[in-house]
Each structure stands twice: as structure tokens, then as C-alpha cells.
Design a protein. Structure first.
Length: 341
């Protein structure tokens, strides 16, 4: 193969690579700008991508002619920066959406447990705090055991927990029976019975403790069920679950604040920003706060997608090649004169 044909093949490769990379960038830019520009994002992404392709051609031509490329590179970086921002938003949202939702639900679930512990710490007990805390642990284990699908009701394990509670309290625990197959109700009634044995509470405090216990059990169960769902279903259902969980949490916290009083219990409502998933600002804010390997991979991918082609063009293009056939550069033809013999 001749040198000229080899250079032409190299230039053809550069042209195809530029089109492929910028085509992918166009699609991601389109998705990334939708939350701002709506349907107009398609046209904006197309214009930006065509400008990048044109600038690649101009850079190639200027390099072949030995001209300065500084201004063209500056314009390319300026335009590519818009694509980079949109690309990062689209790619980060696509790869991290499920993890963001999952982590948010887990955090809310942990906050429910903390709220429960904070409320119970402010209630009045008939027993020393250490004993009361151990009874509370056993009570929660008992309630979880009663609703365990593998062994529902008051089986051998539940009875062993009840005996432990009786030893710590010095009181007899009545073995209640379920209404039909409602083991959730049975667990709640058994928990309320033990609370009444341990605590000296007003009716409002007793109802508050029962409701926070039930909410913790409910959201522990719902979050575990959510984690078992396929990815697509998680993305569809997550925001509704987050909103409902926060509503329950804030209602219980405000109620505890009213019942226990500001001097005994301080409460700050929780808010979530997951409704902003898909927005450019949220993507960058979340990536900065949680920067790790995944965030680095997405960042590196976006940089390669938008900037690697211009770097390659600048590195491999030399003015010495201007007489060769070029897809992205000038094409010049020479004439060879053969003298008559």
C-alpha cells in the first residue's frame, strides 16, 4: 500500500471516529437538556453537535496549513463545555438513579429508627433505663418474630423471647391470639401489652409510642420489599415511597414535639431532593458530595466523549500531510508530466 493511500485511510478513520463520538454526544446532550428546554433540546443538541463536527474539520484544515489553532480550540472547548454538562447529567442520572433512590430510602429508614429511639428515650419508665432498654430490644425482636412469614404467630422462638421479658419485668405476659390471619395486628397488641408493663405513660404518649413502633416496622418491611424489585420498577416506585415515608416521619416527629414539649424533644423536619433527580444541578451536587469510583468513571467518560477527538486531531495532524488525500483536510492533486520518447 502506498503512503498516500495509508494516510487517506488514517484520515478516514479520524472522520468516522469524530462522527461516532459526536453522534453519541448529541444523543446524551439531547437527553441531558430535556429538563431545561423540553422538546427544543433536540434542535439545540443537533446544532451544538454540528458545530463540533465543523470545528473538527476547521482544526484539521488549519493544522494542515500550518496556521494557528488556538482560537478554534478555544471555541471548540466553549461549545463542548455545554455538551459536557448535558452529557454528565444524562449519563450520571442513567447510571446512578437507582442507587440514589435506594440510598435515600435506606437513609430515611435509619432516620425512622433514630426518631423511635429519641422518642423512647424521653418517655417515663417503671424500670431502670438499662433494663428498660433490654426489654425494648426483646419486645422488638418478639414483634418481628410474630410477623415473620417463615414462622408466623407465637411459636417456640416467640415464646422464648416472652420468657426473657417476663424474667426482666417480673410480670406475666398474656399470650394473645390473632384475629383471623392478621399477624401484624397481633404483633402490635403484644407490643402494646409489654409497653404498658414497662412504661408509665399518658394516653397520648402511649399512642405515640405505638404509632412510631408500627411505622418503623412498616417502613423496614417496605424498604426490604423495595430492594428486591427489578431496577425499572425501583425507578418508577421510588419517589412515591420516599414522599410517603417523609410524610409519615415528619407527622410523627411534629406530633412527638407537641406531646413531649420543646424542652424534652426537639424535631427538625426531613426534606428530600430526589425529586430533582435528572436535573443538571442535582447531578453535579450529588456527584461532588459522593465522589467515588462511579462518579470518576462517568466524569472520565464524558471528558473522552467530548474532548478526545480534538486532542487526537491536534496530535496526529502535521503540515507535512497537506499534499496527501484527506477526508477532514484539504485535497490537492499533482500532475506528472511524461516526456514523449
Amino acid at each position: 500500500m502506498s503512503k498516500n493511500s495509508s494516510l487517506a485511510a488514517s484520515d478516514l478513520f479520524l472522520g468516522v471516529l469524530a462522527i461516532l463520538l459526536i453522534s453519541v454526544s448529541f444523543y446524551q446532550t439531547w437527553l441531558g437538556l430535556e429538563q431545561i428546554f423540553g422538546n427544543a433540546s433536540f434542535v439545540i443538541a443537533l446544532v451544538l453537535s454540528l458545530l463540533l463536527l465543523f470545528l473538527c474539520w476547521m482544526l484539521r484544515a488549519a493544522k494542515l496549513e500550518g496556521k494557528s489553532t488556538g482560537s478554534l480550540v478555544g471555541i471548540y472547548i466553549f461549545i463542548a463545555a455545554f455538551c459536557f454538562i448535558a452529557n454528565f447529567n444524562a449519563l450520571y442520572t442513567r447510571f446512578m438513579r437507582t442507587d440514589i433512590y435506594t440510598n435515600e430510602l435506606r437513609t430515611i429508614n435509619e432516620d425512622f429508627n433514630k426518631l423511635e429511639n429519641n422518642i423512647e428515650a424521653k418517655l417515663n419508665y417503671k424500670y431502670p433505663k438499662e433494663t428498660a432498654r433490654n426489654i425494648e430490644i426483646k419486645k422488638k425482636q418478639l414483634m418481628a418474630q410474630i410477623i415473620d412469614p417463615a414462622n408466623q404467630g407465637i411459636g417456640s422462638r416467640a415464646q422464648a423471647l416472652i420468657r426473657d421479658i417476663e424474667k426482666m419485668t417480673g410480670q406475666k405476659v398474656d399470650l394473645l391470639t390473632p384475629v383471623g390471619n392478621d399477624y401484624d395486628d397481633l404483633a402490635q397488641r403484644m407490643g402494646s401489652q409489654i409497653d404498658n408493663m414497662v412504661m408509665d405513660l399518658s394516653p397520648d404518649e402511649r399512642n405515640l409510642k405505638s404509632d412510631i413502633n408500627n411505622s418503623v416496622l412498616k417502613w423496614n418491611k417496605r424498604v426490604q420489599e423495595f430492594l428486591l424489585l427489578p431496577k425499572k420498577e425501583k425507578d418508577v416506585l421510588a419517589q412515591t415511597l420516599i414522599d410517603n415515608a417523609l410524610t409519615d416521619y415528619n407527622k410523627l416527629g411534629s406530633r412527638a414535639n407537641n406531646i413531649l414539649g420543646e424542652d424534652r424533644f426537639k424535631f427538625e423536619p426531613l426534606i428530600s431532593k430526589t425529586q430533582d433527580v435528572g436535573k443538571i444541578g442535582y447531578a453535579f451536587e450529588h456527584a461532588i458530595k459522593n465522589f467515588g469510583m462511579y462518579q470518576f468513571v462517568v466524569l472520565a467518560g464524558c471528558i473522552l466523549l467530548d474532548f478526545v477527538i480534538v486532542i487526537i486531531i491536534l496530535l496526529v495532524t502535521n503540515p507535512d500531510n497537506k499534499t496527501n488525500n484527506s477526508v477532514l483536510g484539504n485535497r490537492k492533486k499533482g500532475t506528472t508530466l511524461i516526456p514523449n520518447r
